[in-house]
Write a new protein. Structure first.
Ligand SMILES: Nc1nc2c(c(=O)[nH]1)N[C@H]1C(S)=C(S)[C@@H](COP(=O)(O)O)O[C@H]1N2
Ligand SMILES: [Mo]
Length: 230
């Protein structure tokens, strides 16, 4: 028995009916991680939020916060934590919350089905503001340690945005902005892309990673906003 599939399963108190073949069963909300991921010292078991008892909607009495993973991994209303020596295939590990993507394997197109896991590099323009000195695009970036964020207006070149480094917490969203001095009146598009400290670039919407993905999850493609300047 190898230990490469040794997993830690986090169970919530909430449950629902699941049917596999003709077997109907009640299953608790459950998500698993490898032992190595579960032992990450950045993981938190939270019983308080902002100095007060954790509110029920946020997971009272105890919830997992696993920094750097998508929301689904942050199991609320914890009922138990179990260590297993086999892979765990719950509704939300193996059948739903899976990413289905077409991939090329030696010239053959296959549909790979993978469990939603670690957060992916993402950014989005949030708003365009205007004051006496002109217009400014403001947005956020998250999902991986951010090296820089670039902005494209209409079909122009990528321009570096200014990242607000006053928030230094490693996993916090990075807020960025870029001045847009003299936009012409009318419709414009504003697209952002984040670049991680590891050199990854947030993929364009027509990148096969995004374009050949058939489920909504892990949608970290570049976001284009339409802006009307009056
Ligand atoms: N027990 C339990 N944990 C859960 C869920 C749930 O339905 N049950 N939803 C997950 C999902 S999909 C998300 S996005 C986050 C939402 O956490 P929040 O309500 O604190 O934003 O909780 C996760 N943990
Ligand atoms: Mo979610």
């Amino acid at each position: 028995m190898g230990t490469e599939h040794l997993e830690v399963v986090f169970f919530g108190t909430d449950k629902g009916e699941v049917t596999i073949r003709d077997i109907k069963m009640q299953q608790n909300f459950a998500r698993s991680m490898s032992l190595a991921d579960a032992m990450n010292p950045d993981n938190l078991l939270c019983y308080e939020m902002n100095g007060a008892t954790l509110p029920a909607p946020n997971g009272f009495p105890l919830r997992l916060i696993t920094l750097g993973w998508y929301g689904i991994a942050n199991v609320k209303w914890l009922k138990g934590i179990e260590v297993r020596d086999t892979r765990f295939m719950s509704l939300l590990m193996g059948r739903d919350y899976v990413t289905i993507r077409e991939e090329e394997h030696k010239g053959e197109t296959v549909r790979a089905e993978t469990s939603v896991g670690r957060a992916l590099l993402k950014s989005a323009p949030a708003k365009v503001t205007r004051n006496d000195s002109g217009h400014r695009v403001v947005g956020a970036a998250w999902g991986a340690p951010i090296d820089r964020v670039e902005l494209k207006i209409d079909q122009g070149p990528w321009m570096p945005a200014v990242i607000d480094h006053s928030e230094e917490a490693e996993y916090a969203w990075k807020i960025w902005s870029l001045d847009w001095p003299n936009p012409s009146p009318g419709e414009h598009t504003v697209t952002s892309r984040a670049i991680s400290t590891a050199g990854q670039i947030q993929p364009a919407m027509d990148d096969p990673l995004i374009a050949k993905k058939h489920t909504y999850w892990e949608s970290n493609g570049q976001v284009t906003r339409r802006i009307r300047i009056v």
